[in-house]
Structure formats: structure tokens, C-alpha cells
Ligand binder design. Structure first.
Ligand SMILES: [Zn+2]
Length: 101
């Protein structure tokens, strides 16, 4: 029992570590025409990045990501993946604790 509670505490600490997360996916678009498949013919162009996610009502939202924030945004999206794994582990531990009672 104690071991399980300790495991749960360590999961809580890891959750704090990854609490800075973003759910969604990062895609790049042309910075000129703003499309994933560029329609500007032959011109040199930069890329713009955006995060797409769905809210609780399944409505899609898009957030512009400035270039200087791209690395951070990618890390935050990865943190969300880690957060989900932690929740799965929480589930297993909570089930184990629940069964003992
Ligand atoms: Zn373009």
C-alpha cells in the first residue's frame, strides 16, 4: 500500500515538471500565402508556424507561433505527451489502490 502511495506522490512531482504543456499539433505554412501547400510561384519565402488544437466542443483553434518561440512550443507539445503517460500511470496505480480497499 505504502509503495503505491509513494509511486503516486512521485507521479505528482513529475506532473509538476511537465505542467507547462501545449495540446495540439504544430504545422508550418508559407509565411506569404499562409498555406501548408504554397501557392506563391517560385518566390523565396519563409515559413510560419502554428499550433492547431480542438477545444472541449471539438472546435478547432489555431494559434500563431512566433519563430523565436518555436523550440519552446515543440518542447511544450512533447510535455503534453509525457503528461498523458503520467495520467495512464496514475490510472494503474489508482486501480491498484482501489482494489486493495
Ligand atoms: Zn506561399
Amino acid at each position: 500500500m505504502n509503495t503505491l502511495l509513494k509511486k503516486r506522490e512521485s507521479l505528482l512531482r513529475r506532473m509538476t515538471e511537465y505542467s507547462e504543456f501545449l495540446r495540439g499539433s504544430i504545422t508550418s505554412v508559407c509565411s506569404t500565402c499562409n498555406r501548408a501547400t504554397c501557392i506563391c510561384s517560385g518566390r523565396s519565402k519563409g515559413k510560419a508556424y502554428r499550433l492547431t488544437y480542438k477545444d472541449a466542443h471539438q472546435k478547432t483553434h489555431t494559434v500563431y507561433i512566433p519563430c523565436r518561440q518555436l523550440a519552446k512550443a515543440r518542447k511544450m507539445v512533447a510535455n503534453y505527451g509525457k503528461m498523458r503517460k503520467i495520467i495512464d500511470e496514475f490510472q494503474m496505480i489508482n486501480i491498484a489502490i482501489f482494489k486493495q480497499k
